[in-house]
Every structure is written in structure tokens, then in C-alpha cells.
Design a protein around this ligand. Structure first.
Ligand code: ZN
Length: 230
């Protein structure tokens, strides 16, 4: 099966986790512009140097370059079974250009209430050891908001404040604080709304509530994809 997907979801919606599981289950690859830019920046050719410079200066990579990089990535053989795009397209003009290059089978749109996202992100605890990927979540959410039942159990370390994997201390990232999260969510909404409007009636659109643990969300996504008969 070849399946070409885009995933849209606010910070803290678990988008990265779902994508990782989907690529395993569907035998496809994940293409994230963040990853591509980082790879690109290590290259010694002209484009690599250009991207590295823009990243260093904190500049937004222009659409023209993003699309060029994307096109190059798409020509690699590992994309032949399909892909899931994460973080791209980011704007309607990018989406329109993308449509000229590839056909997208479905949009997976992860939805969650801001109060849940804020609670969940504020509860993230990351291992202070830079070479360890230990990450935890101390929020235990179980309640009904406007008719949607959220059941999101915590992912606690065995010993409070310590990483299970390496024993180092855990900490909270500075952009995981409530005021920073609120502005990240605002940016996301502003940026994503036009994309949602652009895609909703155009491409099969799968709305998924982030109201259960990741394995259940992934099951839901897979069954919705199956229904589309791609
Ligand atoms: Zn650790």
C-alpha cells in the first residue's frame, strides 16, 4: 500500500509519537522539515551552506528553498511506499506548490482543547542528560470537557525527579512553561487555520481528538485510513 499523508496537530498533541508509530505500521517514512533542515545544514554544497546560514541567523527558510529541499527528499527511494509529512506544508502557498509535486491521500488533524494541551505540556519532564532521550509526563488527566472525555494517564518515572533510563535528574524545558505554551498555541492556531480551511473539503480529512493514550489514537488513525480504502 502506498499512502501519502500530512499530519497537523498543535504542540503537545503527541503528533511526533503518532507519526513514529504510523511509519512502523504503514511501512512509510516520516518527512519533517525540521529534520531535513538539520541534515541539509551539515552538507557542504551551496544549498547546505545557505540553509545553515539562515538557521544560524534564526531566519525563516523561504518557500522556494523549502520546496526545493522537499522535492529532492521525495526523489529518494525510501519514499516509494509513501510518507507522512510533519511540519510541512506550513502555509497555503506551500500547500498549493506541494499539490503540484505530489498527491496527498489524507490529512490527519489532531484536535485538543488548549487547557488540556497546556496541562499536558507543563507536566513534561525531560532527562538532563543530553545523550539520553528519557521523557516523562506527570499530568494525570481524566475529565469531561464540553462533551469530550479526556483520559490521559501520566508517564511517571519510577523514582520522582529521576530518569529511569540513566538515573540523571529530570527538568522542565523553558518553553514548556504555561505562558510560553499559550503563545505557541496561538501561533499554531493562526498558522494552521488557513491550511485546515484549504484542505477540509479538498482532501480526505481525518479529525482525531487527542483524548486517549497514544496507542489508542494511533488505532483510530489507522482505522480511519483503512476506511478511505487508499
Ligand atoms: Zn536519562
Amino acid at each position: 500500500m502506498e499512502v501519502q499523508l500530512i499530519i497537523l496537530g498543535p504542540p503537545g498533541s503527541g503528533k511526533g509519537t503518532y507519526s513514529m508509530r504510523l511509519i512502523n505500521d504503514l511501512k512509510i517514512v516520516k518527512i519533517s522539515t525540521g529534520d531535513i533542515f538539520r541534515d541539509m545544514a551539515t552538507r557542504s554544497d551551496e544549498l547546505g551552506k545557505q540553509v545553515a546560514g539562515m538557521m544560524k541567523r534564526g531566519e525563516l527558510i523561504p518557500d522556494e528553498i523549502v520546496l526545493k529541499i522537499f522535492d529532492e527528499r521525495m526523489s529518494q527511494p525510501d519514499t516509494k511506499n509513501g510518507f507522512i509529512l510533519d511540519g510541512f506544508p506550513r502555509t497555503v502557498p506551500q500547500a498549493k506548490e506541494l499539490e503540484k509535486i505530489v498527491k496527498i491521500d489524507a490529512i490527519i488533524h489532531i484536535i485538543a482543547k488548549n487547557e488540556i494541551l497546556i496541562e499536558k505540556i507543563s507536566a513534561r519532564r525531560i532527562c538532563s542528560n543530553a545523550s539520553c532521550d528519557g521523557n516523562y509526563n506527570i499530568a494525570d488527566i481524566s475529565r469531561n470537557i464540553d462533551g469530550t472525555e479526556y483520559i490521559l494517564p501520566p508517564l511517571m518515572p519510577k523514582k520522582e525527579g529521576m530518569c529511569d533510563k540513566c538515573g540523571n535528574t529530570l527538568y522542565q524545558r523553558s518553553d514548556d512553561k504555561p505562558d510560553v505554551i499559550a503563545s505557541r498555541l496561538e501561533v499554531y492556531e493562526k498558522q494552521t487555520k488557513p491550511l485546515v480551511d484549504h484542505y477540509r473539503d479538498k482532501i480526505p480529512f481525518i479529525d482525531i481528538h487527542m483524548n486517549r493514550p497514544p496507542e489508542q489514537i494511533v488505532e483510530k488513525i489507522l482505522s480511519e485510513i483503512k476506511k478511505l480504502g487508499i
